[in-house]
Design a protein around this ligand. Structure first.
Ligand SMILES: [Zn+2]
Length: 193
């Protein structure tokens, strides 16, 4: 039950409307490089994100446009910004933190949208079957190595077009000394626990 690991740096997802406020109506969201999940790409554009205490420049916009705007940061980033985001699945933004996004042509003050992303594994229904994880919602993942350990509460995101990969934020990756492309081992939660 090996799983390849992808490390997610801080990034922003935008609606088309918000992109146009930040960059103007004539600007295009171009592809810098494709990401592992089909259709997802690191774009050629960055923004600044701002909280009560500070700001962080050069935060990459991940495309394509979504139906919601979301800022995914690490706990370490949250101290610098002076925000206190909850741990959430992508798109689950009710009660998430306020944040301001600044682009070259404008800025957006969001009253929600900043999260720490839940640890998650992308997989297809076929992967779930192959790994004997059908019906499971979360697993643990063992990381080997000198700073290895067990990651708890890793949720499963099962969709037909997903590519099998564990996504960790930079704080998790640094704490366990893992890099993009390293491999973890899935451990099932026992029933009844
Ligand atoms: Zn992901």
């Amino acid at each position: 039950m090996k799983v390849p690991i992808g490390v997610s740096a801080r990034h922003v997802h935008l609606t088309k409307e918000h992109f146009e406020i930040l960059f103007g109506k004539d600007e295009k969201l171009g592809v810098l490089r494709n990401l592992t999940q089909p259709g997802e790409f690191a774009s050629d554009k960055t923004v600044t994100i701002k909280g009560d205490k500070g700001s962080i420049d050069n935060v990459r916009i991940v495309g394509p446009f979504r139906t919601y705007t979301q800022v995914e940061i690490s706990k370490t980033d949250s101290y610098k910004l002076g925000v206190n985001p909850p741990i959430r699945k992508s798109g689950d933004l009710e009660g998430s933190s306020p944040i301001t996004i600044v682009g070259p042509k404008g800025e957006i003050k969001l009253n929600k949208g900043c999260i720490l992303a839940t640890r998650h594994i992308h997989m297809t229904p076929e992967d779930a079957k192959r790994l004997n994880l059908e019906g499971e919602t979360k697993v643990k993942v063992l990381i080997d190595g000198i700073k290895g350990g067990i990651l708890h509460n890793v949720i499963l995101r099962v969709e037909e077009n997903y590519k099998y990969e564990l996504h960790l934020d930079l704080d998790d990756a640094n704490a366990f000394l893992v890099n993009q492309g390293d491999v973890g081992t899935i451990i099932k939660y026992e029933k009844n626990i």
